[in-house]
Structures are given as structure tokens and as C-alpha cells.
Design a protein around this ligand. Sequence first.
Ligand code: COA
Length: 341
Amino acid sequence: MQMKLTIAGSGSYLPPTTVENRDFTRIVDTSDEWIRSRTGICRRHFSDGELTVEMGVKAAEKALADADLAATDLDLILVSSVTPDYVTPTISCLLQGYLGADQAFALDINVACSGFVYGLDLAARYLQDPAIHHVLLVASEKLSRVTDFTDRSTCVLFGDGAAAVVLTADGPGQELASCLKADGRQAQALTACYPDRNHPFGPALAPENSPESSGDQPALRFPQATPFIHMDGREVYRFAVSSIEQGIRTVTDRAGYQVEQLDWLIPHQANNRILEAAAKRLGLPMSKVYSCLEEIGNTSSSSVGIALDRCRQAGLLQTGQLVAFSGFGGGLTHGTILVKI
Ligand code: COA
């Protein structure tokens, strides 16, 4: 289904503290060479106590200024985060209140690194409603909050940051096709959990009473899960490469285009090897795959938004171009949309 979707403004924010690969050699057994060659990451930014919502506000204010709109012009605020500051209130409500977006309702999205792409698709669908003129989509992530800095296989990958776009149906842009998918059967590949506690009236559901993973049904409890990210890197790698390929083939096919007609692929910034492998399978030159992960690391759902903002600010995106956005991550989830901007 084709839907009106124009990017009226964008912004992004990275906290000022930069951590180089070599800084990690002080805390785990690793090297700049290993991190660069396996991931393409050179440095990342970490919050110095800034909240997730505070980073999101900074990106949102830039996007509103870029769109030349006031917060009171917004009808809907979508915020994607796996690292919100509170269980309640929602990060989207906090942002709505702080910005003074009094006309907007506010909704959180949590599909891990796919969140920005899911948010673009949700925005396009809400913008079909004539009562909704402007949607603010924000992604903000403080992954340093859920990173295990004793685990060398994950701690070198992540960074903090935020991104925002203002979206409208009033413009030339169109979402031509989307392909959003979930694969909860592979949930154990990427986990982080809330700390659990017993209530005062007895033990919490004992593990022996919990539903067993049996036959066709996967487990609901993951012995490896802690409040910090635990990842089966190889499993996620395989999922990521095939998700990008499958997503791009599906959206181009649905919209009646060939992959080679793409002007840009703006993917989740997780690992350059993932991007190179997916581009190779698609026959897409790397010159059409935007990457900035060298500078930011994996910022989960913020990464597609940060990449989009950098592309726009660098003047790489022109009206009429065919741009695919692709995200993948915890859940497991993945999402790809094709936009004529
Ligand atoms: N520094 C040095 N060595 C490291 C290391 C680090 N930071 N992390 C892991 N290693 C070691 C491992 O211990 C292993 O050593 P061993 O052979 O002695 O056991 C070796 O490097 C190879 O580990 P492996 O896990 O096979 O590496 P890899 O080539 O698969 O790369 C990832 C690891 C995490 C970079 C890769 O699996 C990956 O990119 N996965 C996808 C992750 C991702 O992007 N997730 C986010 C999705 S949203």
C-alpha cells in the first residue's frame, strides 16, 4: 500500500564523551585491530549521566527547528527505545510534556534496533488520517545502561545517542512498500531482563511451575538473561544478513522496482561486515549503503535515524530518490520500508 510520507525535518544528538577502541583495552582483553576488523567500529559516544529522554529531547528540538515547526503543531509523538528511564511514565509522554506538544498523543515503541523503521511505517499509517498532520518520531538509546562492560564480545559494540524526524503527509514523499517481521522463536539470541523480585506473600512463579519449552513452543525463560545485554553474535549476524536481503527484495518487489534502482540503503548501523555481506547478496554497491557506524557504534533504534539525519545534513538525499530503510535486532525483529523521498 502506498502512503504519503515526507520528512519535513531531522535532527540527531550524540553525548560529548567519545570512547575509542583502544580505551577498551584498559577494561577487557581486546584490541583496536580486532574491533575495527570484525565490526568497522572505531569509536562511540557514552552518556555522562544524561537520561535517555534528555538525549531524545535534544534530537527532537533540532528536528522541529529543521522543519520550522512548533511542538504545538504536532499531532502524534512516537518514541522508540529499549533503554527508557522509567517503567512509567512512558518516554513519549515525558517528551510530549517537556516539549509542550499539547495537541499530540504519545506512544512508545519497543522493537529494539528495528524501532526507527517500525516508527516510520506507523507514522505513514497514522498520517493517512486527515486529522493527523505532523508526527514526531524520536529514537533515543542509552545502551551504556544495559552493557556488560566485563563481556568483551558485546561491550565494544554499543554506543549512546538519539535521532528525530518530523513527518508529514503534506509533501512529495511516499512510502511505497513495507515489510515488518517478528521471529520470537529466536528470542533467546539477544536478551536483557528487568531484575525480578518476590512479592511479600510467597515465592514468585517457581521455575518448575513455569511453562516448559516443549515440542514446537520456545522457552519463555532464558537462564542466561541478566539486566545486561547477552547476545549470540553469530546467530544475530546470520539473522541480520538474511533479514536485510529478504526485506529489500520484498519491498522492491511489492513496489514494482528492481534492487539496482535504489539510490540509497540506510540500514541499522550494527556492523560493517553485516552490511557488506547483505549488499553483496543483493548485488548493491557499497557506495549506495550509508554507513556511519565507524563513528557511533551500534546505537540500537537510534542508528537508522542518526544515519538518516547525517545523510540529509550532508545533502545526499534529493527529492524523488528511492531510499530503503532497514532495521533488525532483539525480539528478534526486522523491518524494511521503501520510500520515494
Ligand atoms: N576482542 C578480542 N577478541 C574477541 C572479542 C573482542 N572484543 N570478542 C570476541 N572475541 C574472540 C572470541 O572470544 C573468540 O575467541 P576464541 O576463538 O578464542 O573463542 C573469537 O574472538 C571469535 O569470536 P566470534 O564470536 O566467532 O567472532 P565473530 O567473528 O563472530 O565476531 C561479532 C563477533 C559479535 C562481531 C559478530 O558475531 C557480530 O557482529 N554479530 C552480530 C552482532 C550485532 O551486530 N548485534 C547487534 C544486532 S542489533
